[in-house]
Design a protein. Structure first.
Length: 397
């Protein structure tokens, strides 16, 4: 037996022992996901699942063991992922700590920062959110004005951030601040880590047209940030910010581009069989064609993202191709939501109340929510400019 197959047998046995039956088959259930942090309320089975995974380093399989990771090779990490998929088991931990700030600290953080924050991320003790966009600095992020003033051993931060996903549930924020107001746009920006449990931090939820939202607006009034929480160098935060955006865009693409993770209950195929019908094949040839095209595109995109994930496990940093993934993944999800509404017909017009099935209401709200996919994490227009410049090497205006 090869070492990889031996590892598979070990993982399968470990899952049989530690993966709770109550969580199996719930990979698409948002209530089964574990985000960690001091404010999260978990079931006993979720606590047990997280604890078992932490002990093996399986919350961050490819991270170094010294920081709580599993130290797995890319082949072993793929085996673990496939075995979780086999039983439709949610990952033991998710969130921006693992997908965004963790990889960024591994690349730019000093040893003190890595030892302080990475183990808490892998153990699910701290939940992170992102402080980038501002009311007047969205797609033009470099125009941000949230200011940090030098005050000896710390900075004093004043300003506002918006679209802070899950801010009200988070414990720490990675924050972009302007430390040199006289510098040009990308210069004079610093990347800092902020403990949200302190005076002067005020986070308020923002409701979207879909009726629910993970977004918040965040306000900072004379908030103290220790200088030990500056990642990389003062006034050099734009380089760190761009690297993190690469991780963010790959994460968004993976979430929205994977049909397995984003159909929110009933799959598109199941909806088509229920509402379109037909013996052997769908009765509506137009829906049949759109569905076939969607499924093929999803599979191609999934394989492409997987190929890049394999490269990342081998040590390659995300590059400009993350913009390509972000554009395609979010537009793919919008196509999926449009198709679901077309399949359901008049039932997709429901908002609430009797006469509309639960899945129909989810799809209606999902369609509304998907309108923001091509805006959040950098608009498609901005991503296309990045692709033109850095991937296709096209000349500027």
């Amino acid at each position: 037996m090869s070492s990889v197959e031996s590892f598979r047998s070990d993982v399968r046995a470990w899952l049989e022992k530690h993966a709770p039956q109550s969580l199996r088959g719930k990979v698409t259930d948002p209530y089964a996901q574990i985000w960690g942090g001091k404010k999260e309320k978990r079931t006993k089975d979720q606590d047990a699942w997280l604890a078992a995974a932490v002990e093996r380093g399986f919350t961050a399989p490819t991270w170094p063991k010294e920081f709580g990771g599993g130290g797995l090779s890319k082949e072993e990490a793929k085996v673990l992922e496939s075995e979780l998929r086999r039983i439709d088991m949610p990952a033991p931990l998710t969130g921006f700590g693992l997908s965004m700030i963790g990889p960024t600290l591994l690349q730019f953080g000093n040893e003190e920062q890595k030892k302080e924050h990475l183990p808490k991320i892998t153990r699910g003790q701290i939940r992170w959110c992102q402080g980038y966009s501002e009311p007047n600095a969205g797609s033009d992020l470099a125009s941000l004005q949230c200011a940090a003033v030098d005050s000896g051993d710390h900075y004093v931060v004043n300003g506002q951030k918006t679209w802070t996903s899950y801010g009200e549930l988070s414990d720490w924020m990675f924050l972009l601040v302007r430390t040199d107001p006289a510098a040009k746009k990308q210069q004079g920006i610093t990347f800092v880590l902020v403990d949200l449990d302190q005076p002067g931090v005020n986070i308020r939820p923002i409701q979207l047209i879909s009726g629910a939202s993970p977004f918040c607006e965040s306000f900072f009034e004379d908030v103290k940030v220790s200088k030990k929480n500056v990642v990389s160098q003062v006034n050099q935060g734009w380089t760190v910010a761009k690297a993190l955006l690469g991780h963010e865009r790959e994460m968004i693409a993976a979430v929205f581009g994977s049909g397995r993770n984003s159909t929110k209950g009933e799959s598109v195929i199941q909806a088509a069989r229920e509402f379109v019908g037909g013996e052997g094949k769908l009765a509506d040839p137009v829906i049949r064609d759109r569905l076939a095209q969607l499924l093929m595109d999803e599979k191609c995109f999934e394989l492409t993202v997987q190929r890049t994930a394999d490269s990342a496990r081998a040590g390659r940093r995300p590059g400009a191709e993350s913009s390509l993934f972000k554009v395609y993944g979010t537009e793919l999800n919008q196509r999926r939501q449009e198709l679901l509404c077309s399949i359901r017909g008049p039932e997709s017009l429901g908002w609430e109340g009797p006469g509309f099935g639960e899945e129909a209401l989810k799809d209606t709200r999902g369609w509304l929510r998907s309108r923001g996919n091509t805006i959040e994490g950098g608009t498609s227009e901005v991503q296309l400019n990045i692709i033109a410049k850095r991937v296709l090497d096209l000349p500027g205006e």
